[in-house]
Design a protein around this ligand. Sequence first.
Ligand code: PMV
Length: 319
Amino acid sequence: MKKMIRVSAPGKLILLGEHAVVYGKPAIIASVAKRCFVTLTPRNDKTIKIVSENQDKTLDYPEFIISKTLEYFHKKLTLGFDLSINSQIPIKGGMGSSSALAVSIAGAVSLFLGQKFDKEKINAIAYLAEQKKHGNPSGGDNSTCCFGGLVWFRKETPDLIIISQISFNTPEKILQNFLTVFSGTPRESTGEMVSIVRDLYQKRPKYTESIFAGQELLVRELLPALKKGDQDAVINCIRKGEKNLELLGVVSPFVKLLIRKIEKIGGAAKICGAGGKTKGGGILLAYHKNRKELETLLEFHKFDFSPITLASEGVRQEL
Ligand code: PMV
């Protein structure tokens, strides 16, 4: 009988460029040190049994990822397997939980089918799955969960996607001042948030284009700011980037209020994913030159927060 296979993939945070990335603008996306683990144990019969330690609701998505992997390699299963999922990535928070799941299942099933552990192929399968789940995703999330590190992502045309790993030597004084803040689970799905922006684009194309153009300039400014350790420039990029996201209508009044409070004490924060229209906006990326001050504010308002480790390794086979 074949051996057990264990694969893991990291979650991600969009540092800047979400939504605009769907329209061909660049985004900087970082993998994070929270991972999704899948363990595939071969069976002697044809059954596929999926168990998730994180969600007991629907397992349709893992099933779909498995079927996409089989389809991609033009294979049929002769024997089944048990698949167990254990993820450290919060669900529906904008940290790439579904992308990491797609990447790790595609990786594990590829190995089960006797294929090489080829990240390009794993990413292609994960993208096919994510397209079904989210409608029109950019592919930035799954690419970052697959390749890891700090990624410059840009979709030039549907067939030409630039995924470039940026050497990550941001000074420690910058890295230690980032926090993630949980602003509540969004009531809307990523697909719904993407269609809110699509509707705005259709109604007011020039206005929306100008927001996207502004976002591209900020993404280009953020990269050298991170590398040089220019804290004022990092704060400026996050604040202006957040304003643009608000203009796109993807930040709820509740989340705006929290972000204004963070800005008032000298910090900056932004949604880092699809966002939410009515209440929660998922995970926020927050920055302050003196992290303690930010923590005191968040504790006072009873928000969950945690420090983050950015740019961890992409999909890998665990021993
Ligand atoms: O919230 P998430 O992790 O699903 O991120 C969505 C990012 C968008 O730019 C809004 C959509 C996309 O496909 O890139």
